[in-house]
Design a protein around this ligand. Structure first.
Ligand code: EPU
Length: 350
C-alpha cells in the first residue's frame, strides 16, 4: 500500500476539472483497507472514497485522504431457475461490466449501458436509465466500515434505494440513523438478473427504435445497441466533452402544483408516478428558461440536452468547479423564478 502525494485528479473526474489530492491511496482489495487502518497515520484521517469520478464536481484540492477504489473481478456466483447472480468488483468500469455480462449470457443490465462510472458508484446513486434502475437488478453488496474496519453485506432494503438516492448518500446524524456517507467503502456488488430475460422497451426512445427497425422482439444485444445509439445521439461522451451526466434530479410536484404550471405552460413534460406525485422533466424546465447552449465562463449547457452541464475548455483550459456551480446556481434561480420549483443537483460537490 502506497500513499501518493499531490496527485492530479483531472484524469479521475469526468468533468476534467483540475484539482489535486493531497494524499491518495489505491485500494485493489480488502487487505489494502486493513493495511491502511493498521497505519496510525491514516487510521482516523478524514477520507473521501473515489470511484469513477463521473458524478462529482471538484471545487478545490481534496484534503481528506482519497481512497481510489480499483477492486476488480467479474464472476457468476449462482444460477437458479429464476435468476443469474453475478458479482462485480467495485472498481470495474460500469459499461465494461454490462458488456461482459451480456457476452457471457447474463443479460439484464443492457438498458443501463454506457452510463459512465464504476460498479461501486452504481448503488450509491441508484443509477437509472430507459426504464431500469439499479435497484431492479440488485441482489446485495459487500462493503467495509471505514470507522471500525468491519466488513458487512447489505441487501436492497438495507441500501434504502430511492430515485438517484441510497443510504450511501446520507450522513449519519444520530444513533438510530444508518447513513453511510463517508463511512462505507463498497467493495463488491452482486446483481440479480431475472430468468427468463425480458426486454424492457416501454421508454419512448426505445419504442421509436422498434418502429424504425420493425423489430418488435429485440434481443438483449439489440436493446444494448439501441441504448448505446440513443445515448450517443443525446448525451456527450465525457472523454470528448467533460460532463457529469444529468446535473439535476427530475423534480416531483403535487398534482395541484402541476395543474398550476400546465395552466401557464401547457407543453411541460410530466409523468405521473405510482405514489400520486408528478415527475417533471428538469431538462425541459431548463430548456424552457432558454439555457440550452448558454455558457458561464467555461461551464456550458449542452446543446442537445439542457440537463447536462459541460466543460467547454477541454483539458487544456478546463472549467473550474466554481464556474460549474455558478452556472448551476444561475439555472436554479431562473427555474425557481419562472416555475417556483427548486432543482436539486445530482452530483456530489467536493
Ligand atoms: N427535454 C427537453 N429539453 C431538453 C432536455 C429534455 O425538452 O433540453 C425533454 C425531452 O424532450 C423529454 C424529457 O425532457 O421529453 C425527458 O428527457 P430525457 O428522456 O432525455 O430524460 P431526462 O429526464 O432528461 C433521465 C435521467 C437520465 C437518463 C434518461 C433516460 C435523471 C436526472 N436523468 O433524463 O440519467 O439517461 O432519463 O432514462 O433522472 C443521469 O442521471 O446522469 C442521466 C443521464
Amino acid at each position: 500500500m502506497i500513499v501518493e502525494n499531490n496527485v492530479p485528479l483531472q484524469p479521475y473526474n469526468s468533468f476534467g476539472i483540475v484539482a489535486r489530492a493531497q494524499n491518495l491511496v489505491r485500494i485493489a482489495n480488502e487487505a489494502d483497507v486493513a493495511e491502511l487502518r493498521a497505519d496510525p497515520r491514516w487510521r482516523d484521517a478524514p477520507r473521501f472514497v473515489l470511484g469513477g469520478g463521473s458524478n462529482i464536481v471538484l471545487t478545490g484540492d481534496v484534503k481528506p485522504l482519497v481512497l481510489k477504489v480499483e477492486i476488480k473481478g467479474l464472476r457468476l456466483v449462482e444460477e437458479t431457475p429464476r435468476a443469474w447472480i453475478v458479482e462485480a468488483g467495485a472498481g470495474e468500469i460500469w459499461h465494461d461490466a454490462v458488456q461482459w455480462m451480456l457476452a457471457h449470457g447474463y443479460p439484464g443490465l443492457e438498458n443501463l449501458a454506457l452510463i459512465p462510472g464504476t460498479v461501486g458508484g452504481a448503488p450509491v446513486q441508484n443509477i437509472g436509465a430507459y426504464g431500469v434502475e439499479l435497484q431492479d437488478r440488485f441482489d446485495s453488496l459487500d462493503a467495509i466500515d471505514l470507522d471500525t474496519g468491519r466488513s458487512f453485506t447489505l441487501d436492497a432494503a438495507q441500501c434504502a434505494f430511492g430515485y438517484r438516492d441510497s443510504v450511501f448518500k446520507h450522513v449519519r446524524s444520530g444513533p438510530n440513523d444508518f447513513g453511510l456517507s463517508g463511512r462505507a467503502l463498497i467493495t463488491r456488488v452482486r446483481f440479480r438478473l431475472p430468468k427468463p430475460w425480458k426486454a424492457v422497451v416501454g421508454y419512448l426512445d426505445l419504442e421509436r427504435k422498434m418502429d424504425e427497425t420493425g423489430n418488435f422482439t429485440p434481443s438483449a444485444t439489440d436493446v444494448f445497441d439501441w441504448i448505446c445509439a440513443i445515448r450517443r445521439a443525446k448525451l456527450p461522451d465525457w472523454r470528448v466533452l467533460g460532463n457529469a451526466g444529468s446535473f439535476f434530479k427530475n423534480p416531483t410536484v403535487t398534482p395541484e402544483q402541476c395543474a398550476d404550471i400546465i395552466a401557464r405552460d401547457p407543453k411541460i413534460v410530466h409523468y405521473p408516478m405510482a405514489d400520486g406525485t408528478i415527475k417533471l422533466a428538469a431538462g425541459w424546465l431548463i430548456d424552457a428558461c432558454g439555457w440550452k447552449g448558454k455558457s458561464v465562463g467555461n461551464a456550458g449547457v449542452y446543446e442537445r440536452q439542457a440537463l447536462v452541464l459541460v466543460n467547454r475548455g477541454g483539458l487544456e483550459n478546463p472549467v473550474t468547479g466554481g464556474e460549474v456551480m455558478t452556472l448551476a446556481k444561475a439555472i436554479q434561480t431562473s427555474v425557481y423564478e419562472r416555475f417556483g420549483i427548486r432543482l436539486e443537483p445530482e452530483p456530489v460537490v467536493v
